[in-house]
Design a protein around this ligand. Structure first.
Ligand code: AMP
Length: 424
């Protein structure tokens, strides 16, 4: 038997209704903030991610699905391609390719699958889904303003509240500018030197290549050492300190609670200033529902003009997992099961179903070959609220037997009143 590839999975009904519920809420909420959808390819030149995510990251070093795409003709050269492991690099590429700075400030979002060869576990897949949003544009359009950071964070708080996710925590930090980080990295290297030998193998490597990433370490024995390390907050220049203070000021003004987590870092050179994560208590080890931050230097790293930006990626799989409790209310069952009774009744039943669907009712339609008992069983299994019997007598009278499957109550209802009666 051929099975789904390790780390991938099928999303089946009724759970897919939850995904649709999340995506409609996302589109509704983002609409109110004037975000517009962008769709970029799910594969790109490998080079884009090497430069846009960073060679040293786990994603690029170990987790990408990359292949050599052979050309089909002389004019069609082969090249190395990669399934996107995240969305920001592709969106910034599109920003540059389509000279989107002409539009001023761009507020963009996309929803779709991402691919990383991680070790699969609960809440961690090799194909997973993200809702991604970015604000990017020339500084003259205000793209570097702390007002944009706060707007994005407030939008996320609104979305999570709207989805009924109550116990989220917004963790906030500033990772400063490249200059601040150079000084911080230097201080980290110094502080790590005497302690390094006692730390895990990953940290020993990080201490040399990218000391900031030591803060990602989850090994319990390393934590006391990490607690004593210097923090980026001690190294922020005045501009970055002011920017961070302004973000916090606005969040307080709009009433979005947050905690400062000065261990929260993003390791790449072009990540700047605001970094954040929303976590959720019920998710266990993989408790980050979403993460994001500023990347004021990314466009330049990809060969574009200066274009400050800030964005986030929500893990849709985890968001849906944290929604399971509210699932019942979201799942839409049929309002009515229309059961044709006897030969020649399929047409009449279809006509009725068509009328009812025009009234926005969810209608399941049976088959005249089903005996009444089988129609009842099918309707009950589908979770329909009513069953509507369409037999010869009913058609003649233009009134139909409507039975409430929960209470067992049955009444005869004229055609013109059916929709109203069912909605009641
Ligand atoms: P990142 O792009 O790594 O900052 O991740 C953003 C969000 O995507 C995380 O907070 C997770 O919710 C989600 N995510 C990342 N990797 C995976 C994965 N392998 N499986 C499921 N969700 C993921």
């Amino acid at each position: 038997m051929i099975k789904a590839v390790r780390g991938t999975r099928d999303l089946l009904p009724p759970e897919t209704a939850l995904w649709n519920f999340v995506e409609s809420a996302v589109r509704d909420v983002f609409r109110a903030y004037n975000f517009q959808e962008i769709r970029t390819p799910i594969f790109e030149a490998t080079e884009l991610f090497a430069r846009g995510v960073g060679e040293e990251t786990d994603i690029v070093a170990k987790e990408m699905y990359t292949w050599e795409d052979r050309g089909r003709a002389e004019s069609d050269r082969g090249q190395s391609l990669t399934l996107r492991p995240e969305a920001t690099a592709g969106i910034v590429r599109a920003y540059i390719e389509h000279k989107m700075w002409d539009r001023g400030l761009n507020k963009l979002y996309c929803i779709g699958p991402m691919f990383r060869r991680e070790r699969p576990q609960k809440g961690r897949y090799r194909q997973f889904y993200q809702v991604d949003a970015e604000i990017i544009g020339p500084a003259s359009a205000g793209s570097d303003s702390p007002a944009r950071d706060a707007e994005l964070l407030e939008m996320l708080a609104t979305l999570l509240d709207r989805l009924g996710i109550a116990d989220w925590t917004l963790q906030l930090n500033s990772v400063g500018c490249p200059n601040d980080r150079a000084a911080f990295n230097e201080a980290l290297r110094k502080a790590l030197q005497p302690a390094m030998a006692k730390m895990c193998a990953d940290c020993q490597r990080r201490a040399v290549t990218n000391p900031l990433r030591v803060f990602d370490c989850k090994v319990p024995e390393d934590q006391p050492i990490i607690e004593t390390l210097p923090r980026i907050s001690q190294f922020l220049d005045e501009g970055c300190r002011k920017h961070f203070a302004a973000v916090q000021e606005i969040l307080k003004a709009v009433g979005v609670p947050f905690v400062i987590n000065d261990r929260l870092v993003r390791g790449l050179d072009y990540y700047t200033r605001t970094a954040f994560e929303f976590t959720h208590g019920a998710l266990g080890a993989q408790n980050a529902i979403l993460g994001g931050g500023r990347y004021d230097g990314l466009s330049e790293a990809l060969g574009g003009p200066p274009a400050p930006g800030i964005g986030f990626a929500i893990g849709e799989d985890r968001l849906v997992m944290s929604l399971q409790e509210t699932a019942e209310s979201v799942l839409k069952k049929p309002d009515v099961y229309v059961a044709p009774l006897g030969a020649g009744m399929n047409g009449e039943a279809a006509r009725l179903a068509r009328e009812l669907r025009r009234h926005d009712l969810v209608v399941d339609l049976g088959d005249e070959n089903f005996r009444l008992k089988k129609s009842f069983e099918t309707a009950t299994k589908a979770g329909a609220k009513y069953i509507l019997i369409v037999g010869e007598n009913e058609v003649k009278a233009d009134a139909f037997a409507l039975k409430n499957l929960a209470t067992g109550e049955q009444i005869s209802v004229p055609r013109t009143e059916l929709a109203r009666k069912i909605v009641e």
